[in-house]
Design a binder for this molecule. Structure first.
Ligand code: SF4
Length: 322
């Protein structure tokens, strides 16, 4: 059975956050016309409190390279790129270069920043341009790196593609658990567990009242402790906050300052919206209705997923805790 069919049967979905079926992306690039195609392994992992890709790189770098090579062979790409967060580059470059050997896989050092993980910003970054998202369509499988069809997969996705090809996939995924908990770290557990089950099975269900941020450390959704009987989406992270020890307004301000630093400034709703949110969160009295109207605008009109991530975290925080 060919690997794309195996990915389909395993129902492997992208593990970078969007959850797109892996086999469909592979098939699109394979079917795209032309001789020149690329594969990019995205190891930007810029979301705070997400550490799973670094964990996989540390433990199984050979399987990651195997996954990239497999994807290149399947879609017909003669060249691959391994796009590494700057500290991962410094830490793993030599070991990875040894494993890669003579294979046509180039290791790239991400220039830094949260937005480098957005797939089209990542392509511009590899091309040496400013790290800004592109308009879509065309999507990377149609027109990606240097204008050619490009398969971009998160590192965990390619790692599990290699495991599937080996017949070793057990329907698991990696979860990063952080914050006010007994056993923070990266855990491999069943992919369809609920958040409540993940916390229980890793010994991290808190004794005190708490809430979590699920799916990403900055852009993830705020969820109360009685809302956790649902599967985890996004990049697989859960940050636990002790309710008594956490000031939600200060938490919101911390994220807003993060978003102000990390947005690229390309579109008005996000560039201006994050500043207006800071004004609101810093002012007295706290105008929640105005914050919610900006959040709605960010969700509806931002150019790229960054602005929608701001809306998701600040919107859910405002709605549930303020
Ligand atoms: S949403 Fe934010 S990060 Fe995305 S293009 Fe607009 S300004 Fe840049």
């Amino acid at each position: 059975m060919e690997i794309i069919e195996k990915l389909k049967q395993a129902n492997l979905r992208g593990r970078g956050g969007a959850g797109f079926p892996a086999w469909q992306k592979w098939q699109m690039v394979k079917d795209a016309p032309g001789e020149t195609k690329y594969v990019v392994c995205n190891v930007s992992e810029g979301e705070p409190a997400v550490a799973k890709d670094g964990h996989i790189l540390e433990k199984w770098p050979d399987i990651v390279i195997e996954g990239i090579k497999l994807a290149m062979e399947e879609v017909g790409a003669k060249k691959g790129y391994l796009y590494l967060r700057h500290d991962y580059f410094d830490k793993f470059k030599n070991a990875l270069a040894e494993i890669i050997g003579a294979r046509a896989i180039k290791i790239i050092r991400e220039p830094g920043g949260y937005l480098g993980g957005e797939e089209t910003a990542l392509l511009d970054s590899i091309e040496g341009k400013a790290v800004e998202p592109r308009i879509k369509p065309p999507f990377p499988p149609q027109e990606g790196l240097f204008g050619y069809p490009t398969l971009i997969n998160n590192l965990e996705t390619l790692y599990f593609a290699a495991r599937i090809a080996r017949g070793e996939y057990k329907n698991t995924r990696f979860y990063t658990i952080a914050g006010d908990c007994a056993c923070p770290g990266v855990f491999e557990r069943g992919e369809s567990l609920t958040i409540k089950e993940i916390l229980g099975k890793t010994g991290n269900w808190p004794k005190d009242e708490f809430f979590v941020q699920a799916g990403g450390g900055a852009s993830g959704t705020i969820m109360l402790s009685d809302e956790l009987e649902v599967p985890l989406s996004g990049a697989g992270s859960i940050v636990i906050y002790n309710k008594a020890k956490t000031d939600p307004r200060q938490l919101g301000l911390k994220w807003i300052n993060f978003f102000i630093n990390e947005n690229c400034g390309k579109c008005v709703p996000c560039r201006e919206g994050v500043y207006r949110l800071r004004e609101i969160f810093s002012g007295e009295p706290l105008d929640i209705a105005r914050a919610q109207s900006i959040v709605k605008l960010l969700a509806a009109a931002s150019f790229c997923p960054f602005g929608k991530g701001v809306a998701n975290s600040i919107g859910s925080l405002s709605e549930k805790l303020l």
